[in-house]
Design a binder for this molecule. Structure first.
Ligand code: SF4
Ligand code: SF4
Length: 595
């Protein structure tokens, strides 16, 4: 059997699988392909001349088309109303393979069925744009029934259409996973995936690769193939933001991880411990305070980092310094910090999140100062727990659900005009994650509605609600670069406000390459996959250093940890700070607020 798609033929000659759904040989350089063609044809090939290489392939493949008795194709769509198959390609190979041989067998996944031509045309328009950036591919082939065929003795083509189930019908019946069948195989979710960008499709996939591959592999190829890859997701949401058919890929990936664990019959010990601790807020916080005491011999106090890593982190974690827990969490500092504003303009609850509370309370202290200066009464509801995202990342959905309910109970929504978050990941999880997790709990619907209505990130609050002006800030024009956290720019859709706030606060914003690409943190991901996390971080830091900025600013405490740890390891002069800190630093002393 001879593959006729150029990329597929190349990997067939190399006896390997595809590394991309649309461009199966994208992992190879032209020199590697030229060398391969030279070996196959036994004639020297110019390793720089791509046009020549394409001609070599054409010369080799044409005899195979002419000699073949049977051509096998897939189909990009199958129109139920007319029985028509649609094939989209850029090389014309699909057209040759379906017309020249006397027998044509089309293997069509059941999900390729569309009701009518209008639905088929929608796919034909969307697919090339998202796959290769073309308005239309070079060839669109329509086949309706067995047509005339010169190479067939009967003069008629013999056509077999084989519909492939292979797990698709089970997927269609699943209330959560059925949305994965909307996939049109454009490959866009791989193109933007930072993990795919580092490890490629041979590692991040089996046959289907990238984000959708992490899901489909479980259903089409089983848990053993899925187990190896499904945890390899940073939850950066890049795939979801580009998917033209709106599949919630990161959420489904976590659900597949849960299925793999269930099928294996045993939850990892770390999951059991994390669940037990997170569900019990008092225990969780008590353990963090004990850890803050025990870490003391390892801490370099001025820098607030662990100078000697405990052995459990091992050498591979050495790519960044790890933060120390704060001596006192924000919740213990709060009684002395709590502002008493008479006639406040707004009453606002801070949802702190674990990192702000136990690692970086200075970020919340900056917020207190800023809001105090703008006549806002800030409150810190004491019963708030971890947002629950770490539990969801470990596919502990039950725990994530329980923690979500605890937090909704802890927030008295009628009391506050806004629920403010300093952590983009907490904010995104409260808004998007809670809606999915608690969709089946009608008793939580009203609280969810209020949460949606009142949740706001720091920058949006400053720009859109307080409408801060340059007059409130020292205009020292410190040059700052900005890292746009995945969960802020993609999940919460906040992009303009942080940049505007920096400029209003008298800072000189220096744009940076790939500002919205993940920093490689991903919570526990950076601990579990340090080799990949460190590579993503390295590239990020390189881009930031190119800006020449003195300070790097971001609005997610998790990103601050990763970026600051990386800069520290490089002995860089660039300071990494939360946006609330740099904005508070530039706030003019007005004496407003506190009474
Ligand atoms: S969420 Fe990010 S890391 Fe995970 S699959 Fe999607 S793009 Fe890749
Ligand atoms: S999941 Fe979405 S982005 Fe990924 S290949 Fe399918 S349609 Fe394209």
């Amino acid at each position: 059997m001879t593959e006729t798609d150029l990329g597929e033929w190349i990997i067939q000659l190399r006896h390997e699988g595809p590394s991309h759904m649309v461009m199966p040989a994208i992992h190879l350089s032209r020199q590697q392909v030229g060398t391969l063609f030279g070996e196959v044809t036994k004639t020297p090939v110019d390793l720089e001349d791509i046009d020549r290489m394409v001609k070599v392939a054409r010369k080799e493949l044409r005899p195979a088309f002419l000699a073949a008795d049977m051509g096998i194709s897939g189909a990009n769509l199958a129109v139920a109303e007319t029985g028509t198959l649609g094939l989209i390609s850029n090389e014309g190979n699909a057209r040759l393979v379906t017309t020249l041989p006397r027998v044509h067998v089309a293997l069509v996944g059941l999900e390729k069925l569309v009701p009518d031509l209008a639905a088929a045309l929608r796919i034909i328009k969307v697919l090339p744009k998202n796959a290769t950036g073309q308005a239309l591919t070079s060839y669109v082939t329509w086949i309706t029934g067995a047509v005339e065929c010169g190479s067939s003795p009967s003069g008629k083509k013999i056509l077999h259409i084989v519909f492939l189930d292979n797990g698709r019908l089970a997927l269609a019946r699943d209330p959560f996973f059925s949305e994965a069948l909307r996939c049109i195989r454009c490959g866009a979710c791989s193109n933007v995936c930072p993990v795919y960008g580092k490890v490629g499709g041979h590692t991040l996939g089996h046959v289907y690769i990238g984000a959708i591959g992490l899901i489909l592999t479980y259903f089409y190829h089983g848990k053993d193939q899925a187990r190896a890859i499904v945890r390899n997701c940073l939850n950066c949401q890049a795939c979801k933001s580009v998917c033209p058919v709106n599949i919630d890929l990161p959420y489904l990936i976590k659900k597949v991880y849960g299925l793999v664990q269930k099928a294996e019959g045993a939850r990892p010990a770390k999951n059991i411990v994390l669940s037990a601790v997170l569900k019990n807020r008092r225990l969780f916080h008590a353990l963090l305070k004990v850890a803050a005491t025990l870490q003391k011999p390892l801490v370099q106090k001025e820098a607030g980092v662990l100078r000697h890593l405990p052995f459990i982190f091992g050498k591979v974690q050495d790519f960044r310094t790890l933060p120390a827990l704060a001596e006192k969490p924000f919740r213990d500092l709060w009684p002395k910090l709590r502002p008493q504003i008479q006639n406040p303009t707004y009453r606002v609850a801070l949802f702190g999140g674990c990192v702000v509370d136990f690692v970086s309370p200075e970020q919340a202290i900056s917020l207190v100062r800023l809001l105090d200066g703008h006549n806002v009464q800030l409150e810190y509801p004491p019963d708030q727990n971890c947002c629950g995202l770490p539990a969801l990342m470990m596919a502990e959905e039950e725990t994530a659900m329980e923690v979500a309910v605890q937090n909704l109970e802890a927030l008295d929504f009628r009391r506050y005009a806004y629920i403010l978050v300093l952590c983009a990941s907490c904010g995104a999880h409260l808004k998007e994650g809670y809606s999915r997790l608690l969709a089946q709990k009608p008793e939580m619907a009203e609280k969810l509605r209020l949460l949606h209505e009142k949740l706001i990130d720091f920058s949006s609050f400053m720009v859109k609600v307080l409408k801060v002006t340059p007059e409130s800030f020292l205009q020292n024009q410190t040059q700052v670069a900005y890292h746009s956290p995945c969960h802020l720019c993609r999940s919460l859709g906040v992009t303009r406000e942080p940049r505007e706030l920096l400029q209003t606060a008298g800072l000189d914003y220096a744009p940076c390459r790939d500002e919205d690409v993940c920093c490689g943190f991903g919570g526990s991901y950076s601990l579990e996959f340090p080799e990949i996390s460190s590579e993503i971080l390295r590239q990020k830091l390189d881009h930031i250093e190119e800006t020449g900025a003195e300070v790097l600013v971001t609005d997610c405490p998790g990103c601050v940890l990763q970026l600051r740890g990386g800069m520290d390891k490089r002995n860089s002069r660039i300071q990494v700070r939360h946006i609330a800190e740099v904005v508070a630093t530039n706030l003019k002393k007005t004496g407003a607020g506190r009474h």
